[in-house]
Design a protein around this ligand. Sequence first.
Ligand SMILES: NC(=O)c1ccc[n+]([C@@H]2O[C@H](COP(=O)([O-])OP(=O)(O)OC[C@H]3O[C@@H](n4cnc5c(N)ncnc54)[C@H](O)[C@@H]3O)[C@@H](O)[C@H]2O)c1
Length: 195
Amino acid sequence: MNREVKGKVVVVTGAANGLGLAMVTSFLDQGVRFAILLDMDEQKGKESLANLKQKFGNDRAVFYKCDVSKDLDKIFETIKNNHKHIDILVNNAGVLDEGNLKRTMDINSIAVMEWTVKFYKYMSLANGGTTHTNMADYPNAWEDSVNEFVEDLKSNYDWQDPSAIGEGTVEIFRKADSGSAWVVEGSRSAEKIKV
Ligand SMILES: NC(=O)c1ccc[n+]([C@@H]2O[C@H](COP(=O)([O-])OP(=O)(O)OC[C@H]3O[C@@H](n4cnc5c(N)ncnc54)[C@H](O)[C@@H]3O)[C@@H](O)[C@H]2O)c1
């Protein structure tokens, strides 16, 4: 597998904000040719694209409004027609909506599988593609426990800046073999884990 980031085309879902935006920034920083940002938040997406254009130039990124649980077929055609080649897909879009577990599962689980299946063939090695990464979380029904857990994490662990995830994602792309699982903890380098 070609692990070089330079010259590649990356698609990141949930890229208007947070970790997805940090990943796009790291990929562009390290030389991807083009980043395709997808998000349902159009205002934030346009804002983030404008900032990226200021930093990296006008021809390195594009934003498309898209709900990963509804718009896969439409956006897949748009990407295929406008950009032809895709190297990397990061399924990052996710929500934690305990009031609507079906929506949470549709976005965090079903969409991740549907997107993976749809893009997999198109991005096959035979087609010149390289890899994809899934990031989405799963719902936790116990809000109080989550709050306690977060407080515990804040006091006991190295709190994580989104840029650590952005850089870690690029590092994983460079190092990970197909089928392996990796974590990025705190500001440390990405580590391979046994699953
Ligand atoms: N932040 C963390 O500590 C953490 C830890 C582990 C995993 N994760 C996972 O990483 C991913 C990103 O987390 P984050 O903290 O950056 O979240 P965030 O809420 O800051 O950003 C998520 C982005 O996804 C977009 N989004 C949500 N639903 C969407 C949909 N249906 N279609 C398209 N876009 C959608 C949102 O508009 C937002 O821009 C999530 O899947 C989250 O579950 C986060």
